[in-house]
Design a protein. Structure first.
Length: 249
């Protein structure tokens, strides 16, 4: 895992989100710069921005063709997001602090070298400010959002303690819960939702949901929208434009 010691202090805290009294709340997996495909998938499920809200569980940028559009999406009042490892790599590179152990340009970050400097700086500042964890109030209890893995089996610890550097690494990079098939529930929270681990269909381990079903993968995946009120999933289509999987030199 990559050390996240340069995470902005604001991202080291849990961001609470109040309940939505008017409409539905959906979580969606990794977007990876495929915002047109995401918009089409939202239309497919009848998403209504006048009353519904969308929560992205990280990896908003890299790989896809529209990463620079992230600034527009982050400005929407109905769109909320946490940081993923790709967002972290992107803002570090853009602000002159590239991750020493991974080259973001080899992981779909080419757009970082072709985006106008002023726009790139604005995007980097927004990505830097994304929280690493979020808690959404629902009628049946809070639902937690973390990109990769939860650093504790007790959600209360995230409410009462700042995230340590190792906790931050876990939130951004870890695959251990899924790889170990660890099914112990996370206490003091109704459910926890992750992206990061791309799976063919939504997977659950205890009260933990893995919802990155590769909506950014052309012809191979689809977007999964998890209703945070019912914990039921809706399937949307994947992209028709090609995403960049990896660039080899």
């Amino acid at each position: 895992m990559i050390s996240s010691t340069h995470v902005h202090p604001a991202t080291a805290r849990l961001a609470p989100i109040p309940a939505n009294p008017d409409g539905r709340d959906f979580a969606v997996g990794d977007i990876h710069g495929c915002f047109t495909a995401l918009q089409q998938a939202l239309a497919h499920i009848g998403f209504d921005p006048a009353q519904d809200r969308l929560f992205a569980v990280g990896d908003l940028v890299n790989r896809g063709p529209e990463s620079a559009q992230v600034l527009h999406w982050l400005a929407q009042p109905w769109f909320h997001a946490i940081s993923g490892n790709h967002d972290f790599m992107a803002w570090r590179f853009a602000l002159g602090q590239p991750c020493p152990q991974v080259d973001v340009l080899e992981h779909g970050g080419d757009w970082l070298t072709t985006t106008a400097p002023e726009l790139l700086d604005a995007i980097a500042r927004q990505l830097q400010a994304l929280p690493l964890a979020m808690e959404v109030a629902t009628p049946d209890g809070p639902v937690g959002l973390i990109h990769a893995d939860c650093p504790s089996d007790d959600w209360q610890q995230l409410r009462t303690h700042d995230l340590s550097p190792s906790d931050q690494d876990c939130c951004l990079w870890s695959r251990q819960r899924y790889q170990r098939r660890y099914s112990a529930p996370v206490r003091n929270v109704r459910a926890v939702v992750h992206g990061h681990m791309t799976v063919p269909t939504m997977q659950t381990l205890g009260n933990v949901f893995f919802i990155d079903t590769g909506g950014w993968r052309t012809g191979q995946g689809h977007f999964t929208f998890l209703n945070l009120h019912t914990l039921q999933a809706l399937r949307g289509p994947g992209p028709t434009a090609h995403a960049v999987q990896r660039r080899y030199r």
